[in-house]
Design a protein around this ligand. Sequence first.
Ligand SMILES: [Zn+2]
Length: 276
Amino acid sequence: MSKQTGVACECSGCGGPQWYEKGVCQGCGSEAGIAFTWVAKTEKGGTPSAAPTDVLRLEAGVGAQLADVWTNLVLVRGLSPYLTSSGQAVMQYSSAPWYVERGVDMTVQCTLPTDPGFADKLNRASSWTNQSFLVRIVTTFEAFAGGKRMSSVRLPNNPGMREFHHARRLRNKIAHGDALTDQRLKDEAIQLFGPQAVVDGSCNLDISIVLEPLWARLLLYARSLEDGASVPTRPAVVVAVHDSYYLAQTFVGILKVARSGAGLTAGDVVSLLDSA
Ligand SMILES: [Zn+2]
């Protein structure tokens, strides 16, 4: 079993440190006064210890690294889509439409007949890949934190902070091999990504429903803390580029945006200020 880590906040509405839960300060039930949060030991009763004085800063390059991790995941998963032909041999399969829209359009031909359990095996490997992606994303934040431990810094309350705490809790469970069935984890997943974020009593790491919006919001959070970087007004993260439009993840969902010629790549951060 992994240890639970709590999240505390510094809230101008309450004065001293308070516990942070589901996007609000537990002291006053509002997010209005939260300036920072930090990782803290969960203890029954009492208030969390005082906030660390150092504020998280991320070294230059963290955004580029997060974009690289994502584009590799999409390519690998486009080659290993979830298969539904369980119970029979598989000779050939193709990238699912979600990957095709993102530029990965492949057909895999098996050179020998696969065993009857191949689809299940490939699906388990795909789940493992999704879990490994989450571990790597959180590790990237830690690696670029200037040598500071996450538990020793304040996390500024910029958009994406809440998602970072969620990703970190998922990472801790995954690294221990634990099931993603904690009620708190499931509640947070649904609040952040909608009802499909929980399937069969467990957090769903589906690439389209959870991982892409989670990654995009974490990229924006990282950029807000990265040396030499910034986040534009009405930010969005490009996830698919086509001749006449592109798809962009935002804090309020995925948008289809008309394109006016400029070069764009998945992982680019753009401003939607001029769009409808
Ligand atoms: Zn408060």
